[in-house]
Design a protein around this ligand. Structure first.
Ligand code: AMP
Ligand code: GLY
Length: 434
């Protein structure tokens, strides 16, 4: 099979790598890919942007591609899956209508309400005045969200009214463009966050292993939010009973509500959840795609060939695939970022030591790199994901950080405490300081 993977991050590197695990996959094309996918055997980068719908369609047609797997949300929200379907190209990723579950928080909230899915109480506004008035009646703490896609930057968990009002000013002031034409204002949920990515063919929905990421840039989960600085899977406190509850009260009702709207959803439905201290799961957000960096720990644990899972979804036969098989191991991944991220950062620094790290048995997924003249260079805020598999988290953590130590580039930043929430070790106190 020839497969196109759309995107250029660590998630897409992990998807391409995992697809090539199966002899059924003879060729992967990454559009546009990165320095990691450029060097993956069986994979070729093609310089077509992830949002170039016609470019992707033309390429897939001309090269007789059997399946297109879409990594990021933007092309899905722009209608890539719909377009490929008009060309009779099988695609893993929902239609534009399905992608609304991520692309419009107001739409997702209405769907959750209709399906009685547990989520924070919310109200939607399309003027600053009405929104500000609501904030004043509700008081703080309160959560303010731009409705549309804002690359993870449209959410403010405000601890004071003034902070919430300032967020409204930014949103209605145009900081997020059309994504800020509406706001969702909701109550604060307390608890622990967990990501449950589920695959679906539109009829059956099957969760993957739960994962937990570290979103804040600083150690001890402090500082600004990022796309994720580290992640691990599975999550020890997410019991089979809790997973069953998530399946019954969140995933299945969400799929049912999509069906009620006439949406045949094929792809990943990603539930970002808050589990309250009482143990009740609430939806914080839905995404219409694989998570990044969650994919970089979840896929390495998957024993069932990924191509079998994705093909079963695309062909509408997920129910007969049988239970997914998982390795009897855990995975932990550390993100190496360019200094300054999530603010401004440098690009173009030489990266050294990746083969040494890999020789130690870690997986190195490239998130923001470029391959040029036989060398890798930094090319994004998040540069590399160093993933270690081990029988337990303490070993996985030590192994991942040993791999990290082998890699060098100017201004490299990473958190030294990934996994601390589930480990009793003192790693976050500087045990891994280089
Ligand atoms: P979202 O883009 O909706 O996932 O929001 C980004 C982050 O903001 C989430 O991962 C949470 O950490 C936080 N967040 C969003 N909504 C809430 C909420 N209702 N209560 C508490 N935290 C929230
Ligand atoms: N890890 C968060 C996301 O993929 O949205």
């Amino acid at each position: 099979m020839k497969v196109v993977v759309v995107g250029s991050g660590g998630r897409e590197h992990a998807i391409a790598w995992k697809l090539l695990d199966s002899p059924r996959v003879t060729q992967v094309y990454c559009l546009p890919g990165n320095g990691g996918t450029a060097c993956l055997e069986g994979c070729e980068n093609v310089a077509i942007a992830a949002t170039d719908l016609t470019g992707i369609g033309d390429f897939a047609k001309e090269n007789h591609v059997d399946l297109v797997v879409v990594g990021p949300e933007a092309p899905l929200a722009a209608g890539l899956a719909d377009y490929l379907q008009t060309l009779d190209i099988p695609v893993f990723g929902p239609s534009q209508a399905g992608a609304k579950i991520e692309a419009s928080k107001a739409w997702a909230k209405a769907l959750m309400e209709a399906a009685q899915i547990p989520t924070a109480k919310a109200a939607v506004f399309d003027t600053y005045e009405a929104a500000a008035c609501y904030v004043q009646t509700q008081g703080a703490p309160i959560v303010v969200k731009a409705d549309g896609l804002a690359a993870g930057k449209g959410v403010t968990v405000a601890t004071t009214e003034a902070e919430a009002i300032a967020a409204l000013e930014r949103i209605f002031g145009g900081e997020f463009g059309t994504a800020g034409q509406q706001v969702v204002i909701e109550s604060v949920l307390e608890g622990q966050e967990v990501s449950v990515l589920a695959v679906t063919d539109g009829k059956t929905i099957v969760p993957l292993l739960p994962a937990q990421d570290h979103k804040r840039v600083g150690e001890g989960d402090t500082g600004p939010n990022t796309g994720g600085m580290g992640v691990y899977a599975p999550v020890p406190w997410v019991t089979p009973e809790l997973m069953q509850r998530i399946q019954q009260t969140i995933l299945e009702p969400a799929l049912g509500a999509l069906q009620d709207r006439g949406i045949q959803y094929c792809g990943v439905l990603y539930a970002g959840l808050m589990v309250t201290p009482a143990g009740d799961p609430y939806v914080v957000e839905f995404n219409c795609r694989f998570g990044d960096p969650e994919t970089q720990v979840v896929l390495p644990l998957l024993e069932t060939p990924l191509i079998e899972v994705l093909s079963a979804c695309v062909e509408g036969r997920l129910a007969s695939l049988g239970a997914l098989q998982w390795r009897n191991a855990v995975a932990l991944s550390v993100v190496l970022a360019a200094g300054g991220y999530p603010g401004s950062y440098r690009k173009g620094d030489l990266i050294q030591g990746i083969p040494d790290a890999m020789a130690q048995g870690v997986l190195v997924f490239h998130a923001g790199t470029r391959w040029q003249d036989g060398q890798w260079y930094t090319h994004g805020g998040r540069v590399l994901n160093v993933t270690a598999l081990a029988p337990d988290f303490a070993t996985a953590q030590a192994k991942a950080y040993a791999g990290v130590q082998a890699i060098q580039f100017a201004d490299c930043y990473y958190r030294r405490d990934i996994g601390y929430r589930i480990l009793k070790s003192s790693a976050h106190k500087g045990e891994y300081n280089s």
